[in-house]
Write a protein that binds this ligand. Structure first.
Ligand code: PNS
Length: 166
């Protein structure tokens, strides 16, 4: 049984994440999407909301589980769950520069390997941060997020005709 962990804030999950998840799920018997909590980070959505949005993005969860990761070490989380690999999506060389030392540290800490999957070109510009900003300012992000995420983003965005809205 080859198990991998795809960790992230998923604040919120977007189509770039989903594409990486689909490809990673094809490489491993089981993929855990681990939704992290870092108390020094300010999230737009609560952990429960981030988990719920991630779960609702899948019609079938065969071979994929979506779990809270807690606030501990990723290497320990992988070790405790018997995962041999961490999945990371790479959008650019700066992602690689950022991820490489973490991959080395995680391997030294628990022997877990990191598998990098290059983002598909149509998702290379996507980030949760950018999607939140565009949605908040009234831009159309419907091509970039699943329906349940769009609904939540729109619930928090100003209406175009409201005072201060665009
Ligand atoms: O989506 P994000 O916010 O970029 O995800 C970051 C995440 C969860 C992958 C990263 O913060 C992480 O690995 N957190 C666990 C803490 C840890 O293990 N730190 C040492 C990394 S070498």
């Amino acid at each position: 049984m080859r198990r991998a962990v795809y960790p992230g804030s998923f604040d919120p999950i977007h189509n770039g994440h989903l594409e990486v998840i689909a490809r990673a799920a094809g490489l491993f018997d089981e993929l855990i999407v681990a939704v992290s909590t870092n108390y020094s980070k300010k999230y737009r959505f609560s952990l429960d909301e981030r988990l719920e949005m991630a779960k609702s993005a899948f019609a079938s969860l065969r071979g994929i589980s979506i779990e809270p990761m807690g606030e501990g070490l990723l290497a320990e989380y992988c070790h405790d769950r018997g995962a041999s690999a961490i999945i990371k999506g790479l959008r650019s060389s700066s992602d690689f520069d950022y991820e490489l030392p973490m991959a080395t540290m995680n391997r030294q800490l628990s022997g877990v390997e990191t598998v990098f999957l290059p983002a598909e070109s149509r998702y290379q510009h996507l980030s949760s941060t950018m999607i939140k900003e565009v949605a908040t300012l009234g831009g159309d992000v419907s091509d970039f997020v699943p329906k349940a995420v769009l609904k939540r983003l729109l619930a928090g965005a100003p209406r175009p005709d409201s005072p201060g809205g665009h």
